[in-house]
Unconditional design. Structure first.
Ligand code: FAD
Ligand code: FES
Ligand code: FES
Lengths: 292, 156
């Protein structure tokens, strides 16, 4: 079977892009870097008739930081640019790490952080750290603008809370409080050329020696990235010890819902969740102590 | 649907008329007959199709031709000067970093991208930066050696 032929539009304004999406309707897709979209077309998972590229919309590739507020990563900001951005490296190292560990150089020169989220793969490398750090999406659509917590965005593999003709314009990450730390850790079965087989993002804030606020997410172990409330409960208001971190890791392993697929089997994933979560908590706790 | 496409390839401006669903790789090879850029997986995995677009290495199999409108693209054909191989090419030949040669154009373009970003990469950085280029023949050791030799040779 031949691949779908499509028309390509590269509007220069956001409202034009929304209007095009609305007008063209069925089999119309937004494209940022295309590193997921064009692969899905090649696998014939989708049959685009129209593609609306966001690349020519000015300002959409901006990465900006406002002290006291937070970080905004525009929809067409490249993974490679986020990974190398000075402020991101300094204030949001977990986010820089996640972007820098996604795919390879060429893909990071084409693909975007926001595209990684919108593709809604359960294994998306950029999701866990952003979720842990309480990120939100800025969305524009036919009904105007709205803001959605990233936590409410993922509905299932490839499914998001986006309505027809809606576009994510940026992801916003609040400024981390003093005394807080965040980490991203991941593993893939075939070295690092592959998507993650298990991953975790942890963000915590200390009050004195105790964990005051905590968010733990794991990736690639369920239909969407998953929050680990029972694991968080073990740790909240506690002073972290190695023993406690081990217990929390084991709880996360119970709480996750891994499946077996080409990247790893269920058993391996469960075991690795325990290891990753344990390490990530210890690391985030150390960063938080250093960040007082 | 066909549309006009203005693109600069290896320093030469082209005014083309190209279907919107075609990739940069297809245009480079099939329309411009620049067959040094190879077609491997067409899935972004192997790096055989690597070219440099506005200073960044990309997989031309995943770039729609029209997304390169107004861009400067460099392919392997641009590296030789007056019939003389580029130092990266020389080094690959000298170190036996080429067997069947299918991955070589992509490897060399990625090496160029890497050394332009960081002229002095360590072995770890070379290995991690070259991860997007797969080779079925050499086992990579010779390729890393070839890149280290270019690095140590000073100019690139
Ligand atoms: C060889 C290879 C290796 C890879 N390795 C990894 C990896 O290690 N980890 C990983 O997580 N991913 C990996 N990926 C997947 C992919 O590269 C990333 O998910 C990338 O971040 C996608 O970004 P993009 O800009 O290319 O998205 P696109 O392909 O442009 O878009 C992805 C999806 O999101 C939608 N979309 C994009 N932007 C918006 C927007 N602003 N608003 C609404 N919808 C939007 C599109 O319609 C599409 O459905 C890999 C891909 C390849 C080809
Ligand atoms: S042919 Fe483009 S990456 Fe393999
Ligand atoms: S030399 Fe044959 S694939 Fe690399």
């Amino acid at each position: 079977m031949t691949l779908s032929r499509f028309d390509l539009f590269s509007p220069e304004r956001l409202d034009e892009a929304v209007a095009l999406l609305k007008e063209k309707g069925k089999d119309t897709f937004v494209m940022a870097g295309g590193t997921d979209l064009l692969i899905k077309r090649r696998h014939q998972v989708i049959h685009p008739r129209t593609i609306v590229s966001l690349k020519k919309i000015s300002g959409l590739n901006r990465i900006s930081f406002r002290s006291g507020k937070g970080l905004t990563i525009g929809a067409t900001a490249l993974l490679g640019d986020v990974a190398r951005h000075r402020t991101v490296l300094r204030i949001y190292p977990a986010i820089a790490k996640a972007a820098g560990n996604t795919a390879n150089v060429q893909i990071r020169n084409m693909g975007t952080v926001v595209g990684n989220l919108c593709n809604a793969s359960p294994a998306a490398d950029n999701a866990p750290a952003l979720l842990a750090m309480n990120a939100a999406l800025n969305i524009v659509g036919p009904q105007g603008k709205r803001v959605l917590p990233l936590e409410d965005f993922f509905l299932g593999p490839g499914f998001t809370a986006l309505q027809p003709a809606e576009i994510v314009t940026s992801v916003f990450v609040p400024m981390p409080l003093s005394g807080s730390g965040a980490t991203y850790l991941h593993l893939s079965a075939r070295g690092r050329i592959d998507c993650s087989a298990a991953s975790t993002g942890v963000a915590l804030t200390l009050k004195g020696p105790r964990i005051d606020k905590l968010r733990i997410f794991i990736g690639a172990c369920g239909p969407t990235p998953l929050r680990m409330p029972k694991t968080e409960k073990i740790l909240i208001n506690q002073k972290l010890t190695k023993t406690l971190a081990v217990r929390a890791g084991l709880q996360a392993s119970k709480e996750s819902k891994p499946i077996s697929d080409v990247r790893a089997n269920e058993d391996y994933r469960s075991k690795m969740v325990a290891v990753l979560v344990r390490r990530a908590i210890l690391e985030a706790n150390k960063l938080a102590r250093d960040n007082k | 649907m066909k549309r006009e496409l203005n693109i600069t390839i290896n320093g030469q401006p082209y005014n083309l008329f190209v279907s919107t669903h075609r990739t940069l790789l297809e245009v480079i090879r099939d329309d411009l007959d620049l067959t040094g850029t190879k077609v491997g997986c067409e899935m972004g995995e192997c790096g055989a199709c690597t070219v440099i677009m506005d200073g960044r290495t990309v997989n031309s199999c995943l770039v729609l031709a029209h997304e390169a409108e107004g861009c400067e693209v460099q392919t392997i054909e641009d590296l030789t000067e007056d019939g003389k191989l580029h130092p990266i090419q020389e080094s690959f030949v000298e170190h036996g970093a080429i067997q069947c040669g299918f991955c070589t154009s992509g490897m060399i373009m990625s090496t160029k991208g890497l050394l332009e970003k960081n002229p002095n990469p360590g072995e770890d950085e070379i290995r991690s930066e070259m991860r997007g280029n797969l080779c079925r023949c050499t086992g990579y050791v010779k390729i890393v050696e070839a890149i280290e030799a270019v690095r140590d040779g000073g100019d690139k």
